[in-house]
Design a protein around this ligand. Structure first.
Ligand code: PMP
Length: 344
């Protein structure tokens, strides 16, 4: 791996970050707060929240098995996807490499930041080799984006290939494990200590059922996390989100139950789709959704919308012609979808 200084934009490396009022006294006891121009009334919302979310990170550290100092928390994964561009990629000069198809925000953030986005098409099993990814890089490639289980295809990438990319690329590898709770593979975040160039993304939006809270996380070396903390907005995770996330984390058992039921339902739904005359293929999945090739995805999509049922039409996505992406819902919702499709 190149040194972190080599990988970082010079203006970011030398950035003097904003120092908030609460940062400056941190660690000492106080009871009169006349430092932040807050209103003394309307507690608890009158006070700025913890800029580094230390209590929440301590709780996440326990659940995820990652040291608190190696955790960045942001306004959804969106923030954790955008920050690496702002930290590492010089607009108009640097580039990133990603698989295609994959989650759309990696490209949107590249475009916003004016960073070249190179793609390597997956094969017919929705897999990619490390060699193909590495061949797409050059001296200006700062990041390789991987997503496993991948969206919209649902499958996990072959682990040996992912490891080979991490071990052989001299820049940063960001692995988005948003759906890893639904997968049988061991999550890569467990390998973090081994790989200083690895950043793993997680979110509260999927297995944890908290998409409305907007809490995404990045796990990485302390040095990378320190860089993210320097660049992020000072109070990027609001008090309500921090409080509600702490509540949610108190009951990981409930999350395990949800995941178990969703995986069961996933199997049942895939079987039901296989039997539909309008379904040509159901792709294997390790996520809380699956991809199904239909006879005419757009027509079927519109038919379902008319019934008040919304799935995701991926017909225009490369390798996903005539595919619908089906998120697993409650048993009742799933049954309603299958019943509607049987009537098509
Ligand atoms: N990563 C992947 C791979 C996703 O599919 C999604 C949601 N569609 C996200 C991240 C979004 O996560 P968040 O809600 O934390 O922004």
């Amino acid at each position: 791996m190149k040194s972190l200084e080599e990988l970082t934009r010079p203006n970011i490396w030398s950035l003097a970050p904003y120092s908030s009022a609460r940062n400056e006294y941190a660690g000492r006891e106080a009871h009169v707060f006349l430092d932040a121009n807050e209103n003394p009334y309307n507690a608890p919302y009158n006070r700025y929240p913890d800029p580094l979310q230390l209590e929440l990170k301590a709780a996440i550290a326990k659940v995820k098995g990652v040291p608190a100092e190696c955790i960045f928390l942001g306004n959804g994964s969106d923030e954790a996807i955008d920050l690496p561009y702002r930290c590492f990629c010089e607009p108009g000069v640097d580039n990133v490499v990603a698989i295609e198809p994959t989650y759309g925000m990696y490209k949107v953030c590249a475009d916003i930041n004016n960073v070249e986005y190179r793609t390597v098409l997956l094969d017919e099993h929705f897999q990619v080799t490390a060699d193909a990814l590495l061949a797409a890089t050059d001296a200006h490639t700062k990041i390789i984006w991987l997503c496993t289980p991948n969206n919209p295809t649902g499958n996990c990438l072959v682990r040996e290939e992912v490891i080979k990319v991490i071990e052989n690329f001299d820049g940063l590898v960001i692995v988005d494990e948003a759906y890893s709770d639904f997968a049988s593979q061991k999550p890569l975040r467990a390998e973090l200590a081994k790989y200083p160039n690895l950043i793993v993304l997680n979110t509260m939006s999927k297995a944890w059922g908290c998409a409305a809270l907007r809490l995404g996380m990045a796990f990485a070396s302390q040095d990378i996390i320190a860089l993210f903390n320097k660049v992020k907005y000072p109070y990027n995770v609001n008090l309500l989100t921090q409080q509600q996330a702490l509540e949610a984390l108190k009951d990981p058992f409930e999350v395990d139950q949800w995941v178990k039921v969703l995986i069961q339902e996933r199997g049942r739904m895939m079987e039901a789709f296989r039997e539909l005359p309008i379904c040509e293929k159901v792709y294997p999945t390790d996520a809380n959704f699956f991809l199904a090739k239909m006879t005419d995805a757009t027509k079927i999509y519109n038919y379902l919308v008319d019934q008040g049922i919304i799935v995701r039409n991926r017909h225009r996505v490369q390798l996903c012609q005539n595919c619908l992406r089906i998120t697993i819902g409650t048993k009742t919702e799933n049954n309603e979808l299958v019943a509607a499709l049987r009537q098509y």
